[in-house]
Design a protein around this ligand. Structure first.
Ligand SMILES: C[S@@+](CC[C@H](N)C(=O)[O-])C[C@H]1O[C@@H](n2cnc3c(N)ncnc32)[C@H](O)[C@@H]1O
Length: 269
């Protein structure tokens, strides 16, 4: 058993994410009540579909194929991705490892007036769904944080129908600027105070090998523009006034070589 499969590691992953639902690090006004309509509006610009137009484009494209079909989101966090599928007529079961994320997603859907098929706690390492349940699985920035990518992929493949689509995004890649940043001691890439216990970085070929039993139908490395971070102190200054303008000034084709996301859509054979 690898180090990442150790029960202590699984507990640490659970505890970290239950205390750090993605989105809270972008709150700049502590007076805003968590779960309120204002709260979800406030952090929205930093969340993936709105921050990265290519993610929204992918959601729109997939939603056209999946209208009335059933998509499982793994690691839904506050549910922004699921929300965009729901708005476009896709049936969604939204899941996350942690009850706090599930509760935030529930409140978010209520605020937006959308209805998911189900919202519940699930680990991708041990999904409770029957074989061949879903038409698609969406996991954005999740599988590399589980500590057991092969098992996660086996589970994803198991719950997909034959011909179903696995749309897996937000893998880190080396070389990438994010990977390099992570090598600097005391620089955290998720929350300012603490990073997740597991954040694996993979090369393109390692990621492609995970799609055994799938036909890869799309690959994307389009994420290269950096956004301001709402953090304080010298690290934020260096990022906002050093790395960000420098990186964003690079020609797109060159900058993409150092992009930290690699997204693949595979169809289950
Ligand atoms: C970086 S956040 C991404 C959240 C969301 N997908 C987004 O893009 O806003 C990683 C998420 O993966 C979830 N996660 C970690 N391990 C998981 C597991 N084994 N099964 C399901 N979700 C998991 C965490 O609870 C967390 O919500």
């Amino acid at each position: 058993m690898s180090e990442h499969n150790h029960p202590d590691t699984l507990t640490a992953i659970y505890e970290y994410w239950n205390a750090h639902t993605l989105g809270f690090q972008y709150v700049t006004d502590p007076k805003i009540e968590a779960g309120s309509p204002e709260f979800f509006r406030h952090i929205r610009p930093w969340m993936n579909p709105y921050k990265f137009p290519w993610i929204m484009e992918r959601i729109k494209r997939e939603a056209r194929l999946l209208k009335e079909k059933h998509l499982l989101e793994i690691g839904c966090g506050m549910g922004y991705d699921s929300l965009e599928f729901l708005k476009r007529g896709v049936k969604v079961t939204a899941t996350d490892l942690t009850p706090n994320a599930v509760e935030m997603a529930r409140q978010h859907f209520a605020v937006e007036g959308v209805q998911a098929e189900d919202i519940r706690v699930e680990s991708v390492l041990n999904l409770s769904f029957a074989d061949e349940t879903f038409d698609a699985v969406w996991a954005n920035g999740v599988v590399h944080a589980t500590g057991n990518t092969p098992l996660a992929f086996r589970e994803i493949r198991r719950v997909l129908k034959t011909g179903g689509r696995a749309i897996i995004s937000h893998f880190y890649r080396k070389p990438s600027w994010m990977y390099s940043l992570k090598q600097i001691p005391a620089v955290n890439i998720e929350f300012e105070q603490e990073d997740p216990p597991v954040n694996d970085f993979f090369s393109e070929s390692e990621i492609e090998r995970m799609f055994e039993g799938f036909e890869i139908v799309e690959k994307a490395r389009e994420h290269y523009r950096l956004l301001p971070v709402c953090r304080s102190g010298i690290k934020a200054v260096l990022y906002n006034y050093g790395l960000k303008p420098f990186y964003n000034a690079l020609p797109a084709g060159f900058a993409k070589r150092f992009a930290y996301k690699y997204s693949i859509t595979g169809v289950k054979l």
